[in-house]
Design a protein. Structure first.
Length: 200
């Protein structure tokens, strides 16, 4: 197939905060997303990640939680039990938002690392909406992207070892929307980066 006929991808940076290691026994408490950019046959075009965003706080789905995981986000489970959105409502709104911002492009979830956030996001989408706007494999892991471009083993990669110019200047706050916007900037920088052997 000609590259000109390939459907463009819209990269959406996603961050979730949860109260445990896996969905089901534990709950996704917040979901943040930001449009990071679009890729077509002509290359990647970064977006202003603060312009098109989504954020929701969700009601817990069980009484189980890991205190250390909960402390990372600082979210209050008791407040969310009263004020959080029902997961079916939150995920339906998220799906509608993804479809709206994607237009004619295929949405791709991206995260750093994507594995944890994708596990919760995909499980919640299937469990509460019956489908995923990203399909079953539409995710991109920024950690893998960096490792590939840098020529490093994946387990050797950490943000603290990356060249500073690749990192967002925004703080990592463990607020899902803040971190989604931060990660969107990291993706844009990684997509533009030619690798360590090239001049900046």
């Amino acid at each position: 197939m000609s590259a000109r006929r390939v459907k463009p991808s819209l990269y959406i940076s996603v961050d979730i905060e949860a109260d445990g290691p896996i969905p089901g026994p534990y709950s996704m408490l917040s979901l943040g997303a930001a449009v990071a950019g679009r890729q077509d046959a002509d290359g990647f075009t970064a977006a202003d990640p603060a312009r098109r965003t989504f954020y929701a706080e969700l009601r817990p789905i069980s009484d189980e939680f890991d205190a250390e995981a909960l402390a990372v986000s600082g979210l209050d489970r008791e407040r969310l039990a009263d004020e959080g959105l029902e997961p079916a409502v939150a995920l339906a709104r998220f799906t509608a938002w993804v479809r709206e911002v994607s237009g004619g492009a295929q949405p791709v979830m991206c995260g750093y690392p994507a594995s944890y956030d994708w596990t919760f996001l995909y499980w919640y989408l299937i469990r509460f909406t019956g489908g995923s706007p990203f399909g079953h494999s539409g995710c991109l892991d920024m950690k893998t992207l960096y490792a590939t471009k840098a020529g490093l083993p994946l387990r050797a990669v950490a943000k603290r070892t990356m060249p500073p110019h690749l990192l967002s200047r925004r703080p990592h706050t463990h607020h899902a929307l803040d971190d989604a916007v931060e990660q969107a900037e990291l993706l844009a920088n990684l997509m533009a980066w030619p690798g360590p052997g090239a001049a900046r």
